[in-house]
Design a protein around this ligand. Structure first.
Ligand code: LP5
Ligand code: MN
Length: 239
């Protein structure tokens, strides 16, 4: 019997919150070993300035533990989030992970399941979408990665502060997914199930689409606990 599939996102690992890293290392040394696959759906890291971050002393144990669980037989996959969109090939090789496109339609025990980080579902957040279009441009990314590590880190911290400031004047609705976009994604990419993170509003939503009762599972962040979804036998459950 193949083991379960685990799905997690929004850990926001950072040297300033070592307990979250400890919780991930426990998951990787324990339950993830019995799993056949582990999907990390973005924002594993609080921010990522380029794959030089693999050598950061706070990051190295995470990369090594991912590599160990991958070598032990759990297929590890990583999707970019809005914080760690610069995770690249060097991280993937060091962690034994496969980099996933967003969205990805996955056959999860026979149930078509669309996996996304979730930021692209927030189409009414105009400020964010302008920012995203810039930083996802390959030419912009290359120019950014050509800058010295210290300058990149400073820029990332500056941007974090701007983002926190901007969010204060945005409504909760604007920062949540746009319902019409959820429906559009389900219609164009996959019934009957969508799993995403990003909003930090864990829930199971039911969306009727063209006569199908589609499920939308929103992953929790790891601020308070190490939580996610466990798929086995065609069913999803929180862990
Ligand atoms: O992250 P979260 O959940 O708190 O908020 C997000 C959106 N914010 C972001 C920005 C990230 O927090 C910071 C980026 C991480 C660093 C990556 C390192 C390398 C890149 C460095 C690039 C210079 O994603 C937030 C959403 C919220 O989710 C809800 O969905 O609202 O979006 C914003 O707040 C963005 C602002 O609206 C617009 C910011 C404009 C910044 C302009 C400065 C110019 C920067 C130059 C590069 C484009
Ligand atoms: Mn996010």
């Amino acid at each position: 019997m193949p083991g379960p599939t685990l799905l997690i996102s929004d850990l926001h690992l950072s040297a300033s919150r070592p307990r979250t890293t400890t919780a991930l290392l426990a998951l990787l040394a324990g339950p993830a070993r019995e799993a056949s696959a582990l999907y990390i759906l973005g924002d594993l890291f609080d921010y990522w300035i380029g794959d030089e971050d693999v050598d950061d002393p706070a990051v190295r144990p995470v990369v090594d533990a991912l590599a160990a669980v991958s070598a032990a037989g759990t297929a590890v996959s990583f999707m970019h989030g809005n914080r760690d969109f610069l995770v690249g090939a060097r991280f993937a090789a060091a962690a034994g992970a496969r980099l996933l496109p967003d969205p990805l339609l996955l056959d999860l025990d026979g149930v078509p399941t669309l996996l996304m980080h979730g930021d692209t579902l927030c189409i009414e957040d105009a400020g964010y979408n302008r920012f995203r279009a810039t930083v996802r441009d390959p030419a912009w990314q290359q120019a950014f990665l050509d800058r010295p590590v210290a300058a990149r880190r400073e820029e990332a911290q500056r941007l974090r502060a701007i983002s926190e400031h901007e969010k204060k004047s945005k409504s909760a609705e604007i920062m949540d997914v746009t319902p019409s976009e959820v429906l559009r994604m389900l219609r164009t990419h996959g019934y009957p199930r969508l799993v995403h993170g990003h909003t930090h509003r864990p829930a199971l939503h039911l969306h009727p689409v063209d006569g199908y009762a589609c499920e939308r599972w929103v992953l929790p962040d790891w601020r308070d606990a190490a939580t996610g979804l466990r798929a086995a036998g065609g069913r999803l459950q929180r862990f």
